[in-house]
Design a protein around this ligand. Structure first.
Ligand code: UD1
Length: 475
């Protein structure tokens, strides 16, 4: 039985905050459903919800651009002078040493589904590699295995899922025997959720006994790391640095000694990789300095006149785009959780399936409500120090977002082949080309064969002559 007092308390709490429709179907629920619904309601922080409804649901606060807003500075991909070369060399050595000492862990955010790819299931299970059709998860797993071998180190891997794809992700790893990794070094955990709202600020019901919720965005990582016990696990293992990336990028260089080393040498708490944007409106976050702090302003929030602004040499003033690759100190995440931080909310107008006041399911064809999310890069201004390392698009960034067109499966596969060809050509191998200069074969280099182009040098005897239209897999 649900205690009458508990029920009455919750009922008046909901009334006070204009959310009493959550109990509209109470009389129709069985005891277990009632208890479950009350537990969901008790999880909600109504003071915060009132604020969200007033400020994000009923109106949209646009990101404010401060007066002393400026472009951020970055380290260039290659050292600019002899002094910087010495620093880069030192950073690479330090980065390698930190990996060898197992002080660096991988963390992929994989809460998203493959919906935009027209794929049903966790995006990490999407087959992407050009010859062997390996999934994103398999490519990452093989990379981690190869790094562990190269540095004779344990490289633990943390995978953040959403409550929607946690069980499926776990099953994918189990049925693939963790892709050969040691199961105890792979930790799959869940992010939190936030309730969904109608445009007039009411929390929606998914069915008569469940609140409609959605994942709290990749910003949820910072709380989930703490709440899931991942931080504790990292501490036990002596992990100090978290290498963070998004599940949709098969070219990511997960354990990059230069990036890790520069971050550590400069005493940074959270750092980022950037690339030069392909144009003013490329759909990537923009690195800016706001009040002297490195901050990412989403492409949708950067005013057109700033996006278009050019330097005398015609380059974009705001040219550094975020590729959502970060090094984050474990101690930084611990500090944020100990201090009780909160990240700003971002509002998204979405189609949200729910039940209406009559209890009938609604499958909207038009946006009908608001989902709220937090973004990991909003933690950057909290870092006492932060660096940006510019990287080269062709080598490290192949976002797989759409089924066709820009940032698609097709472009990602082309980029994987192009990088493999680039590595082979720089080692002296001839790669067949079409008359227009494009690559006339398919090449896939397994992480076990080479993690970077330097790894190829000792393996050239194993590379056959490549014929036009060939399909070559190097492993
Ligand atoms: C993102 C970034 C953008 C960056 C670009 C690079 C945002 C808002 N924008 O765009 O600044 O330049 O990638 O490719 O992030 N995820 C979760 N849980 C969630 C939501 C997302 O784990 O609740 C994960 C996804 O699985 C994915 C990543 O976060 O790995 C990015 O999410 P996505 O929605 O694809 O971001 P984009 O809008 O593509």
């Amino acid at each position: 039985m649900v205690a009458k007092k508990t029920f009455e308390n919750i009922k008046s709490l909901l009334k006070k905050h204009y959310q009493d429709p959550l109990l509209a179907f109470w009389a129709e629920l069985n005891t277990a459903q009632k208890q479950n619904l009350l537990a969901q309601i008790e999880e909600l922080d109504f003071a915060k919800i009132d604020y969200w409804v007033a400020n994000f649901v009923k109106k949209s606060i646009s990101a404010k651009i401060a007066g002393d807003f400026a472009p951020a500075r970055s380290y260039s991909p290659h050292p600019a002078n002899a002094e910087q070369k010495r620093k880069y060399d030192k950073a690479i050595e330090l980065g390698k040493e930190l990996i060898r000492q197992s002080k660096v862990a991988g963390l992929v955010v994989a809460g998203g589904q493959g919906t935009r790819l027209g794929f049903d299931g966790p995006k990490g299970n999407f087959s992407i590699s050009p010859v062997k059709n390996k999934t994103l998860f398999q490519i990452f797993a093989e990379t981690i295995a190869a790094v562990s071998r190269k540095y004779q180190a344990v490289c633990p891997w943390y995978i953040m899922t959403s409550p929607l794809n946690y069980a499926e992700t776990l099953e994918i790893f189990r049925s693939n025997s963790y892709y050969g990794l040691n199961e105890k070094d792979v930790f799959i955990f869940e992010q939190g959720t936030l309730p969904n709202f109608s445009f007039d600020g009411k929390i929606l019901l998914a069915d008569k006994a469940h609140i409609a919720c959605s994942p709290d965005g990749h910003g949820g990582t910072l709380k989930a790391l703490y709440q899931s016990g991942v931080l504790e696990d990292m501490k036990k293992r002596g992990v100090e640095f978290i290498s963070y990336w998004q599940v949709d990028n098969p070219l990511v260089n997960i354990f990059d000694p230069l990036f890790i080393g520069l971050h550590a040498l400069d005493g940074a708490e959270m750092s980022s990789k950037a690339l030069i944007k392909s144009g003013p409106y490329e759909k990537v976050g923009n690195f800016c300095l706001v009040d002297g702090k490195i901050t990412v302003i989403e492409y949708s929030d950067l005013p057109d006149e700033l996006a278009e602004k050019r330097n005398p040499d015609d380059s974009l003033v705001f040219r550094l785009g975020s590729i959502a690759i970060h090094i984050i100190n474990r101690s930084f995440v611990e500090r944020l959780n100990a201090e009780g931080f909160s990240l700003p909310l971002h509002r998204a107008v979405k189609k949200i399936p729910h039940i209406n006041q009559q209890g009938k399911p609604v499958e909207p064809t038009e946006p009908n409500g608001i989902k709220l999310e937090t973004f990991i890069f909003d933690a950057l201004p909290f870092a006492s120090n932060s660096i940006i390392l510019e990287t080269i698009r062709e080598l490290e960034f192949a976002p797989t977002k759409n089924a066709t067109g820009i940032d698609s499966v097709e472009t990602a596969r082309q980029m994987m082949v192009a990088r493999a060809a680039n590595w082979l050509e720089s080692a002296g191998v001839t790669v067949p080309k079409k008359p227009d200069g494009s690559i006339d074969c398919l090449i896939e280099i397994a992480p076990s064969f080479a993690l970077e182009k330097e790894d190829l040098k000792s393996k050239l005897t194993r590379v056959p002559q490549i014929k036009p239209k060939a399909k070559l897999y190097l492993a």
